[in-house]
Design a binder for this molecule. Structure first.
Ligand code: G3P
Length: 219
C-alpha cells in the first residue's frame, strides 16, 4: 500500500518525506483554505516539493466544461497534478473528457459502491472512498474500500483505490488488509500509527541497559 499525505502543509510534507514512505499528496479546498494562502501559490509549492510524485488538486465548480478547463490549467502548474473531481453527473462527464485528454483524475467524495463503479467506468485513474465520514454516520467505510478494490481488480480497470478520510491507526491497518492501493493520511494519523507503548518501553530498557553496561566496562 502506498502512503500519501492529505495536507497542503509544507512542513508536514517535508517531515514525512524524510521517513522515505511518501508516494504522493492529496489536497482539497478545505485543506488549501487552512493554509490561508492563494490556491495556486499553495498548490505550486506542494507540486515542487513532490517532484514527479502525484498531487491531487481539486476542481472548484460542479460544471463539466469548467472542471475540464480547470483541470487543463492545473496541469500547466505541474505535470504531477492529478485533477480531483467530485463524483456528480457533471463530474462523470468531466472524468470521461479528461481521460480522453490523457489528464489523470481522482474521483472524490465516494460514499457508495455505485458511485465508485460509475467514476471508475467513466475513466477516473483514482477513486477516493471516504472511510471516516461514512463511519461517522454508522456506515461501513472500510467495507466500501474493499468493494471498490474488488470491482476495479475483477474488471481489470486502470484505476487505483485511495482510502481517504482516515481518522485512526485502525483505519490504516484495515485499509491495508482489504487491499487499498493507497492510503491518504493526515500528518497526525501517520505519527500516531508509528507509536506503540511497548516500543517506547522496549527502547528505554535497551538504552538504560547499555548505559549501565558502559559504566561497568569503564570500571
Ligand atoms: O481529502 C479527502 C479526505 O481525506 C477528507 O477527509 O477528514 O475531511 O473527512 P476528512
Amino acid at each position: 500500500m502506498d502512503f500519501y499525505l492529505d495536507t497542503a502543509d509544507i512542513n508536514q510534507i517535508k517531515e514525512i518525506d524524510k521517513w522515505g514512505i511518501l508516494r504522493g499528496v492529496t489536497t482539497n479546498p478545505s485543506i488549501i483554505a487552512k493554509t490561508g494562502r492563494d490556491y495556486q501559490e499553495a498548490v505550486s509549492e506542494v507540486l515542487a516539493i513532490m517532484g514527479n510524485r502525484p498531487v491531487s488538486v481539486e476542481t472548484l465548480k460542479d460544471d463539466a466544461e469548467v472542471i475540464v478547463e480547470q483541470g487543463k490549467k492545473y496541469r500547466e502548474w505541474g505535470n504531477n497534478v492529478v485533477v480531483k473531481v467530485a463524483t456528480t453527473e457533471e463530474g462523470l462527464k468531466a472524468l470521461s473528457e479528461l481521460r480522453k485528454l490523457g489528464i489523470p483524475t481522482n474521483a472524490t467524495l465516494i460514499f457508495s459502491l455505485n458511485q465508485g463503479i460509475l467514476a471508475a467506468e467513466a475513466g477516473a485513474n483514482y477513486i477516493s472512498p471516504f472511510v471516516g465520514r461514512l463511519d461517522d454516520i454508522g456506515a461501513d467505510g472500510i467495507g466500501l474500500v474493499e468493494d471498490c478494490v474488488n470491482y476495479v481488480e475483477e474488471n481489470g480497470l486502470d484505476c487505483k483505490i485511495i482510502s481517504a478520510s482516515l481518522r485512526s491507526p485502525q483505519h490504516l491497518e484495515e485499509s491495508a488488509k482489504v487491499g487499498a492501493h493507497i492510503a491518504t493520511c493526515p500528518y497526525s494519523l501517520l505519527t500516531k500509527a508509528l507509536k506503540h507503548p511497548l516500543n517506547d518501553i522496549g527502547l528505554k530498557a535497551f538504552l538504560d541497559d547499555w548505559e549501565k553496561a558502559k559504566k561497568k566496562l569503564k570500571k
